[in-house]
Design a protein around this ligand. Structure first.
Ligand code: GRF
Length: 198
């Protein structure tokens, strides 16, 4: 049984997709053992609690320094017994000590087709604003392994999503979440939990 810790910062719709997929059997041989947020206001924490998943909030402010925050985050992951770390709407830059401890066992969902619209400064709505600004006809989402870079690790899954006439960043974000993110992240976890390739 693969133990999964999910790191969140916001609304938690990707977390919800994972929890629903486990319940529906679309993610096999895995369980979400912990949800960790850096944001006390993250609705993702409510989603975890409603689902009976242990949830903790670790903030940079409470820890007093970046080093203390990084160590607290690593310790929370170790305490959870997680085999796999999933970044689901997580806005924390994952510290080096965690990358080293969990190398090859951290995945992230990014709301574009990497290598487009990714890297420093490209997160949340900003990704979709950039895609609309460039005028791309197709965008999508990517699940990739996390390394020391920003959105630079090996790509695991991608799915394309059509950009439509009149799309606003909000409309496009929602379509990418519905048609790509919420499908890809559970699929990636199921693949890793069952040692399957594509
Ligand atoms: C979404 O835009 C997602 O693409 C990105 O973080 C945002 C919030 O996701 N990874 P969630 O609703 O908190 O899962």
């Amino acid at each position: 049984m693969l133990k999964v810790a999910v790191l969140v910062s916001g609304g938690g719709t990707n977390l919800q997709a994972i929890l629903d997929a486990v319940d529906a059997g679309r993610i096999r041989n895995a369980e979400v053992v912990s949800v960790i947020s850096n944001n006390p206001k993250a609705y993702a924490l409510e989603r975890a609690k409603k689902h009976g998943v242990p949830a903790v909030c670790i903030t940079r402010k409470e820890c007093g320094s970046k080093e203390a925050f990084d160590k607290a985050l690593l310790q929370a992951l170790k305490d959870s017994g997680a085999d796999l770390v999933v970044l689901a709407g997580c806005l924390v830059v994952i510290p080096e000590i965690i990358i080293q401890e969990y190398r090859g066992r951290i995945i992230n969902i990014h709301p574009s087709l990497i290598p487009s619209f990714c890297g420093t400064g490209y997160y949340g709505l900003k990704v979709h604003e950039a895609a609309l600004e460039r005028g791309v006809k197709v965008t999508g989402a990517t699940v990739h392994f996390v390394d020391e870079g920003t959105d630079t690790g090996p790509i695991l899954l991608q799915k394309a999503v059509e950009v439509k006439e009149g799309d606003t960043p909000e409309i496009l974000q929602r379509r990418v979440m519905e048609e790509a993110e919420w499908e890809l992240l559970p699929k990636a976890i199921d693949m890793l939990a069952n040692q399957e390739t594509r």
